[in-house]
Write a protein that binds this ligand. Sequence first.
Ligand SMILES: C[S@@+](CC[C@H](N)C(=O)[O-])C[C@H]1O[C@@H](n2cnc3c(N)ncnc32)[C@H](O)[C@@H]1O
Length: 344
Amino acid sequence: MKFIDLFSGIGGFRQGFAKAGFECVFSCEINSKCREVYADNFGEVPFPDISNINPADLADFDVLVAGFPCQPFSICGKKLGFEDTRGTLFFEICKIIKVKQPKVVVLENVKHLIHHDKGNTLKVIIASLEDLGYSVNCKMLNAKDFGIPQHRERIFIIATKGKKFNFSRLKTKFPPQLREFLDETGDFEILDKSEYTLIEYPRKQDSGLVFVGYRNKGTWKTGVRPNTEHLSRVHRQPNRIYSVDGVHPTIPSQETSGRFFVYFPDRDLVRKLTLRECYRLMGFPEDFKSYPSAGESYKQIGNSVCVPVVEDLAQEILSQSLLYDKMKELPSDAVLEHLSFMLH
Ligand SMILES: C[S@@+](CC[C@H](N)C(=O)[O-])C[C@H]1O[C@@H](n2cnc3c(N)ncnc32)[C@H](O)[C@@H]1O
């Protein structure tokens, strides 16, 4: 089972699909720092710019995966969508699909894609894939339902030949607690008690987050009633503190200083997450080699896709027999070998 990894970043999709038994036959990523990290970890330098790919030159593959750039669709971006030149990158994906006709296409994007341009952007994406001969299904998936204590919602669009991908067959899990993913010892950046304020009655939100307080740094004091600080804009995202008894909020790509502070109620202590812990909250392995500069590494991991989510998608693509023709083409020994891999 072969796949190509477009807009590969540092290889979140690659890890998930490789774990499910797929082989990567091509990757593409324009950012040289991401390419360095990718090469360091997978021994392959991705092709730089998708716009320069001649689809006919690509080796055959079964699945195309692409976490295409989210800036035009991001709530933090300019919301220009297809008017923004980056928006046209989606059509570069379509050019490849048209020529290579993979059996399955998996696209990932930020949550806001659903609302972008009053839903038109998503409609155009789905219509374009249907025009290319695919059945399309999409769903918002949250990393916290896939064994990772991070509230990270992303839309997944899956295009298949014939029957649609059935998202309801994905087996979701009860979210683990953040503390289970954190190190006991290390060179931690611990906040002094004078640097933060804890709210009086923290409670677990439906999202699984437990907001407990905020860093005093940069907060507005004037005109804010005591104990209502958490309701106002005084606690911009990098100032918020969450308990390790819940899940962590989305790790964003914009937070290049890694200001993710967590509270341990049992120790009455607030500390910053380490870079390694952030990678763990995206399902990356302990031995993953990140970029030498911390700022760049935070950006890269925040841009990535959560590995266990895409691994489960890859497993389901196999279980739902969406590559069935391919299995028929294989000699029976290879089919048996593959099924035995799946069972383990
Ligand atoms: C949202 S990130 C995808 C990250 C990836 N899924 C991962 O796991 O790390 C989008 C990526 O598309 C890349 N990109 C933007 N324009 C591109 C282009 N013209 N050709 C190839 N890659 C491009 C960006 O550099 C960025 O790394």
